[in-house]
Design a protein around this ligand. Structure first.
Ligand SMILES: NC(=O)c1ccc[n+]([C@@H]2O[C@H](COP(=O)([O-])OP(=O)(O)OC[C@H]3O[C@@H](n4cnc5c(N)ncnc54)[C@H](OP(=O)(O)O)[C@@H]3O)[C@@H](O)[C@H]2O)c1
Length: 345
């Protein structure tokens, strides 16, 4: 990708942007989040089944930090082995369809959409029409951009992996995070009795999301012999596997969703151990990979429109603040979602 740093380049940048180029946050090698710079790149060309979206907002998550750093190395299978393929961060977007490919059936120019693509911290993005859906009318573009990756991760874990049933007791560890705050609301929408684990400062937020019970992890350890849960959705993985299993009912399901707090062999062991143990115990110990699709984006949109799901926005940043936004996510202290505002709608 050819990128020109335009921050101090005045009118020539305006001319380039007008001539089939766009502004985007760019990086040309893996490394520090500070390698990100604002550049000018060619507007993406549209494929037969793709829509081009004028991006109003892009949401970030910890996967974007991994993609810029190129670590864990496994991530590079998708983003490029030696050098970043796309070189623009961001997987989530909300915006207005600007053009459609000849075989696109679901969307027309002017439609407000949200969804997933690669390189959404840019003025324009192309996305397969199966990876976007119409934006819920009651959400802002910032809120809609917050939904795809984290909302789908929560939906896939609770609806598909755990098959949560009405009346089940579900515990969400990391209930104030990007995935966790959606998980609390989705578990409630499935009829569960929900316990959220978070720090003192986020207790009110998690209660307001609808949690029936909250546990302040600075005061209490949810694995220390208290109530047992049919499902534990663990977005933090800061407790040993055996301790988490003690907090499960006899046939309970534990979904582990953060294998990344270690590196190298330790990370591999941490990722694989539950999967190796699971066939030999009554507990269902699971990991999963959430991938976006149109139907499930629509399912999130329906939940939002029926007011069962509302994204919480931690902070909104400009494109030039993308490194700071990613550093905030990397600190592990974001409450809800961190969003980049790109174009005004
Ligand atoms: N399986 C998949 O396909 C998939 C998809 C997306 C994401 N993920 C994974 O999901 C995990 C969670 O992502 P995320 O976006 O939700 O992370 P996040 O937004 O960065 O999580 C931040 C939150 O974690 C809370 N937290 C930190 N330490 C905690 C502790 N000891 N106990 C309870 N909460 C704690 C923080 O609350 P305080 O500041 O109050 O401590 C903060 O609200 C990541 O590991 C990510 O890789 C997996």
């Amino acid at each position: 990708m050819h990128a020109v740093n335009y921050q101090n380049s005045g009118t020539s940048a305006q001319t380039q942007v007008a001539n089939g180029h766009m502004r985007a946050v760019v990086f040309d090698h893996y490394g520090s989040l500070d390698n990100l710079t604002l550049g000018i790149v060619a507007k993406p060309t549209i494929g037969d089944h793709e829509v081009r979206v004028r991006v109003h907002a892009a949401a970030l998550h910890v996967g974007d930090c991994f993609a810029v750093r190129g670590e864990p190395l496994l991530m590079r299978v998708e983003t490029g082995i030696f050098r970043p393929k796309r070189g623009i961060p961001g997987f989530d977007l909300a915006g207005t369809v600007d053009a459609v490919g000849p075989h696109v059936t679901r969307f027309r120019p002017g439609d407000a959409v949200f969804g997933a693509s690669m390189g959404t911290c840019a003025q324009f993005v192309v996305a397969n029409e199966n990876l976007v859906a119409h934006k819920p009318s009651n959400l802002s573009f910032e809120q809609a951009a917050a939904l795809p990756t984290s909302g789908l991760a929560a939906l896939h874990a609770l609806r598909d992996v755990a098959n949560v049933q009405p009346g089940q007791k579900v515990l969400i560890n990391g209930a104030s995070g990007g995935v966790g705050h959606f998980a609390v609301q989705i578990a409630k929408s499935l009829g569960a009795e929900v316990t959220g684990v978070c720090s003192t400062r986020n207790l009110d937020m998690v209660r307001a999301l609808g949690a029936d019970h909250v546990i302040d992890y600075t005061q209490e350890d949810f694995t220390a012999g208290g109530p047992r849960f049919d499902v534990i959705f663990d977005n933090v993985e800061n407790r040993p596997l055996a301790a988490c299993r003690r907090a499960l009912t006899q046939d309970g399901t534990l979904i582990l969703n953060s294998g990344t707090g270690a590196s190298g062999l330790a990370m591999l062991i941490r990722l694989l151990k539950p999967l190796v143990v699971s066939p030999f115990v009554r507990h269902n110990l699971r990991r999963y990979l959430s991938t976006p699709n149109h139907d499930d984006l629509q399912a999130l949109a329906k939940l939002a429109e029926s007011e069962q799901l509302e994204p919480t926005i931690d902070s909104v940043h400009g494109l030039t603040d993308t490194p700071a936004a990613l550093r905030h996510i990397a600190s592990g202290r974001a409450s809800g979602k961190v969003v980049i505002r790109v174009h005004a709608p």
